[in-house]
Design a protein around this ligand. Structure first.
Ligand SMILES: Cc1ncc(COP(=O)(O)O)c(C=O)c1O
Ligand SMILES: Nc1ccccc1C(=O)C[C@H](N)C(=O)O
Length: 483
């Protein structure tokens, strides 16, 4: 290492220490279990977990130096400590009450009855997405919710509006959902699917707002539905949700947003932006655990009128979408009448295990004061990371900086927490191996991208420095090995 790099690292560490010391949200890191480097490197479950005799890894005292540098909340958020507490409380309710847990409030329990668990979850998620409680339902999983929304609201007219528009590099599940919805309606992707590719950025597909608006205008006569990501999973680009929504709706196009990477990451105002509908998963920035329960938003302008069956003719229903007072009244079947609002899109009784896990994490969001202050910190964290990576005064040498480029927009207003770094050909495998060996967890998108996402709930400025140091070393090793 050159002496100029060593002094740049020392200066960056000092700045990071000051930023972490002055961070009003530093306390939320203590709400999370951060894996240690040894655990990340280990191929065993700890003995206490195998025997079931201990809690996870909170029993031993670890210092910050022992902890891994986890910058992968864009893929799977870390576990809040209170998740274990709340799940234990749920398990105890089940163990001691059996079926009574559905109906019987327990004195002293912080948890609602299982019958009310979805309502409490809706109350907690509503401010995260900027909706009224009635406009959100915590239910199912992301792809399932996209299908449910499309089955309710996509009504193709082959002589008029029948196309679904999405981006050409959408997450595969979104592509599959659109393709199969079309086939379900007897249509073909070749005739009824429009995929957007950016003329100005065909390789990375950073779609500018004017490009999206002009595609909408050009295809308005034949387009029924637009499905776009709030934040694009690969590039980390944050789209202009209000402008795009309002333009599409003005052209009679129903707009659904996939908020997988946006929820809990950037402030959302779905109600005020008059978004038609949206769906999300909760295992990324919402930290509710792999495959945990998702959610959907249906604007009140789409669920207000329910006078007769034609108002909800296409909706696929289940008993949990029935109004609560008649949900258990089996004698009223047939005759589905949805509950008002998004709750009327529910199908099944929700997994209480999942819902409890989600709500534990949403308690931490509430402690932090919601998404707005977290975004404020997130902007500073990601800008700091960017500066360390790219500035000539940063901590990487020029020859290391030449080995990668960022594909995420440099404008902070057009991105969330994540930076996606595209490496020079052939470097990815070695860089990932070297990062792992240094206790750094990021995510790879083959063939050549790593995604790095400092999550403001648990990441620090110090970890940004630690990552860039490790990344510089990893690039050095890769360059020597691959060259
Ligand atoms: C943008 C996007 N859409 C859809 C999915 C699929 O979500 P799920 O497996 O929860 O349906 C993911 C993540 O896996 C995603 O990032
Ligand atoms: N659920 C997963 C299970 C295993 C590995 C990744 C995922 C993801 O969620 C991927 C994510 N949607 C992404 O943006 O890449």
């Amino acid at each position: 290492m050159s002496s100029s790099t060593a002094s740049a690292i020392a200066a960056a560490r000092e700045r990071a220490q000051a930023l972490d010391r002055d961070d009003p949200l530093a306390f939320t890191r203590g709400e999370f279990t951060i894996p240690t480097k040894a655990q990340i490197a280990s191929s065993h479950l700890p003995d206490s977990a195998v025997s079931g005799s201990g809690d996870n890894n909170n029993t031993t005292t670890t210092t910050d130096d022992d902890k891994c540098v986890y910058l992968c909340g864009n893929s799977l958020g870390l576990q809040p400590k209170r998740t274990q507490t709340r799940i234990n409380q749920y398990l105890t309710t089940w163990a001691t009450q059996g079926v009574q847990g559905h109906f019987k409030p327990l004195d002293g329990s912080p948890l609602p009855t299982w019958l009310d668990a979805d309502e409490r979850a809706a109350k907690l998620i509503a401010p995260i997405v900027g909706a009224s409680e009635d406009e959100v339902a915590v239910m199912q999983t992301l792809t399932a919710n996209l299908h449910l929304l499309m089955s309710a609201f996509y009504r193709p007219d082959i002589n008029g509006k029948h196309k679904i528009m999405l981006e050409s590099k959408a997450f595969p599940s979104d592509h599959f959902a659109v393709e199969t919805q079309l086939r379900h309606h007897g249509l073909s992707p070749a005739n009824s699917m429009i995929t957007l590719t950016s003329p100005s950025s065909p390789e990375d597909n950073i779609l500018t707002t004017p490009e999206i608006l002009s595609a909408i205008t050009a295809h308005a006569a034949s387009t029924a539905l637009l499905l776009l990501p709030g934040i694009q999973y690969y590039t980390g680009q944050l789209l202009d949700i209000p402008t795009i929504t309002s333009h599409a709706r003005a052209h009679g196009i129903f707009v659904i947003w996939d908020l997988a990477h946006a929820v809990g990451n950037v402030p959302l105002r779905l109600h005020d932006w008059a978004v038609d509908a949206a769906a999300w998963c909760s295992y990324k920035y919402l930290n509710s655990g792999p495959g945990s329960i998702g959610g959907l938003f249906v604007h009140e302008h789409n669920s207000r009128v329910q006078e007769d069956e034609s108002d909800y003719a296409n909706r696929l229903a289940g008993w949990w979408g029935n109004p609560k007072p008649t949900r258990f009244a089996m004698a009223t079947v047939p005759g589905f009448r949805p509950a008002p609002g998004a709750a009327g899109f529910q199908l099944s009784n929700p997994s209480i295990l999942d819902t409890t896990s989600l709500c534990a994490s949403l308690e931490v969001f509430a402690l932090a004061g919601g998404v707005d202050p977290l975004r404020e910190k997130s902007l500073r964290l990601t800008a700091f990371l960017e500066e360390l990576l790219f500035d000539a005064q940063g901590i990487l040498a020029a020859e290391e900086r030449a080995l990668f480029r960022v594909i995420t927009p440099r404008d902070p207003a057009q991105r969330g927490a994540q930076l996606s770094l595209m490496l020079r050909d052939g470097l990815l495998a070695v860089v990932m191996r070297e990062l792992e060996g240094r206790g750094v967890v990021v995510d790879e998108r083959k063939p050549d991208v790593i995604r790095v996402a400092p999550a403001p709930l648990y990441n620090t400025f110090g970890e940004c420095v630690a990552f860039v140091e490790a990344f510089g070393e990893a690039l050095g090793v890769a360059r020597n090995e691959v060259a």
